[in-house]
Ligand binder design. Structure first.
Ligand code: PRX
Length: 569
């Protein structure tokens, strides 16, 4: 039987913080923030205070704030301990001259120190610039140069990738061990908190679009209600939850939903140091009793390709999972329901949007293939080429009525780029294409130019990829439109095979027939190429369809050239 939706589990839905989507008009209200953010009434606040110090002041100092493991050893920190450490760190920064608005970069592996230094920079009033630990020299240079970073906290390994001569703005660099030692002298000092205005900067993340240099997306303190309220209703944090976000804070999911949103809601946060390892991940969930788990489709697909491994672990603590960053294939949602007995809640947002905008709530029905519905109070639309709204079910540009609390404050020193996101009639353009059904569920189609027209028919690559990975032999798939004289484009699929499968005569034809019979004849790839791995973005692991397409076109051009040479030799 074809499965078309997944209802919310009754017990979970009843306990969820948001129980009715339909009756909830607006959640991002100032009143709402006032109830939750202790310092909001004063008009001055500090995100780091609201994440940590407030809970200590309210009597939760002994609650576990952080559980860390790198596979070999574990560490635990209470909220009081995190307050103490981040206070000391903030004092070091202030004593060294850090002022409101200065850029303090943090280049550390995923570890407690990475989280603590981010918070300390914010306590001191600075803008924290977390860098992804896998960045190499060029990536570090471009980012630190662009916003003229003045301070850097790193470690003895990563420091080797910092091109000091090219970042003349840099005033001081600390090795984390030395930084930690300097903090000892502030044992009994007063609170270092610098109270800030809502427009003061707090975090800078660089997004590397498909073209051009990375852009510095600046989040201001005003994002706080967005983080707090989506943390409460979408992550659905309760006091007994153990929450794990697998992303490094150098990526926006790892900062907003790794650090801020969970800690604003007093969650016990898990950090796993090190790379993906299926066994270690499953064992972490079992050992720490993870209840809420935020990761990405690629990670879920990798676990899926491990087959029965999950059976060796007790994963019953999981209440729900969340996903972001790339399309979540329905197949993955059904797999999770079967093996974890928990739903995956897809979320859509961008570095620039500062927080969730399209979501699934624990209390509401999921339509697999859809990213969910607009967060209450957010207006999402599908626009035509004149930026006018289209009716239900028509595919067009995915846009959001601006502003909302999390929306970036600026693109660092690039007003032109910032302005290019907004239309004259008040919409923010995401660059994605999508459609919205009659119930308000949003279905992702692709980035602006990912859609495939083949023989006059529109095909979303995501749909084809989802179908491909339902075939038992296929682990991952990237689908592009390959230029074709007769059809405009034909569909070409690049696939990797699951463990235990190797190429055999007739396999690609079998897969083609599978899509043809399951999805649609016009959507079945005419060409399927088996590859060792698919090109992906370094940070979020999104499959780079554009690169696949570019490589394919170059290959075609070479073939044409060599034909021509043969004929004219
Ligand atoms: O194309 C959309 C895709 O990721 C883009 C934003 O990327 P980034 O700024 O790196 O932020 C990722 C995490 C916040 C979007 O324009 N994207 C994000 N969420 C989804 C998604 N694509 C499909 N489904 C999603 N849930």
């Amino acid at each position: 039987m074809e499965r078309t939706h997944i209802e919310a589990d009754k017990t979970i839905a009843k306990r969820a913080n948001l129980q009715s989507y339909e009756n909830t008009k607006e959640l991002f209200t100032w009143d709402h923030a006032l109830q939750e953010l202790s310092q909001a009434p004063s008009g001055k606040w500090n995100a780091a205070y609201e994440c940590i110090d407030r809970h200590v002041a309210e009597g939760y100092g002994d609650k576990k704030a952080l559980l860390f493991t790198d596979g070999d050893h574990d560490e635990t920190f209470t909220f009081a301990e995190v307050k103490h450490i981040t206070d000391g760190y903030a004092h070091v920064l202030k004593e060294s001259g850090v002022k409101v608005g200065d850029r303090v970069f943090i280049f550390l592996p995923k570890s407690p120190a990475c989280y603590f230094t981010i918070l300390a920079a914010i306590k001191a009033g600075a803008i924290a610039g977390p860098l992804f630990e896998a960045f190499m020299e060029d990536a570090v240079r471009e980012r630190m140069q662009d916003c003229e970073a003045q301070y850097l906290i790193t470690d003895e390994n990563l420091v080797k990738r910092v091109p000091f001569d090219d970042v003349p703005s840099l005033l001081k660099t600390w090795d984390i061990e030395e930084f930690d030692r300097e903090a000892q002298q502030y044992e009994d000092a007063d609170s270092p908190i610098v109270w800030l205005d809502e427009q003061d900067g707090m975090l800078i993340h660089y997004t590397s679009g498909s073209t051009g240099k990375p852009k510095g997306v600046l989040h201001a303190q005003k994002v706080l209600p967005h983080h707090l309220i989506t943390g409460k209703y979408v992550l659905d944090v309760h006091d007994d939850d153990v929450y794990w976000c697998t992303s490094h804070p150098g990526w926006v999911t790892g900062s907003v939903y790794g650090v801020f949103a969970p800690w604003l809601n007093r969650a016990t946060v898990v950090i796993h140091g090190g790379r993906f390892d299926a066994k270690e991940w499953y064992s972490l969930i079992e050992r720490f009793g993870v209840t809420i788990w935020y990761s990405a489709p690629t990670a879920f697909r990798m676990l899926m390709s491990e087959g029965d491994l999950y059976k060796d672990f007790n994963l019953t603590s999981l209440r729900h999972l969340l996903s972001v960053g790339e399309p979540l294939n329905p197949e993955v949602i059904y797999w999770a329901k079967d093996v974890f007995n928990a739903r995956i809640h897809d979320t859509w947002w961008m570095t620039e949007t500062g927080g969730h905008l399209i979501v699934n709530f624990p209390s509401a029905l999921i339509k697999p293939g859809s990213m969910g519905r607009a967060f209450p109070g957010v207006t999402v639309g599908i626009l035509d080429e004149n930026n006018e709204p289209l009716p239900a079910n028509e595919v067009g540009k995915l846009a959001v009525k601006a502003p909302w609390p999390g929306l970036m404050k600026e693109i660092w020193k690039n007003k032109e780029k910032f302005d290019s996101y907004f239309t004259d009639n008040g919409w923010y353009l995401s660059g994605d294409t999508a459609r919205i059904d009659e119930d308000g569920y949003v279905f992702f189609e692709g980035r602006d130019d990912d859609l495939i027209k083949t023989a006059g028919e529109q095909v979303g690559p995501f749909e084809v990829e989802s179908k491909l990975i339902e075939h038992p032999a296929v682990a991952e798939a990237g689908v592009i439109g390959k230029p074709d004289e007769l059809r405009g484009h034909i569909i070409k699929a690049f696939i990797t095979l699951r463990h235990g499968y190797s190429d055999y005569d007739g396999l690609t034809e079998e897969i083609r027939q599978f899509v043809k019979t399951k999805l649609a004849a016009h959507a079945a790839p005419r060409e399927i190429e088996i590859v060792e791995e698919l090109p992906k973005t370094k940070i979020s692991g999104k499959i780079l369809r554009r690169l696949l397409k570019q490589q394919e076109i170059e290959k075609m051009q070479k073939e044409v050239a060599s034909e021509w040479q043969k004929k004219n030799a």
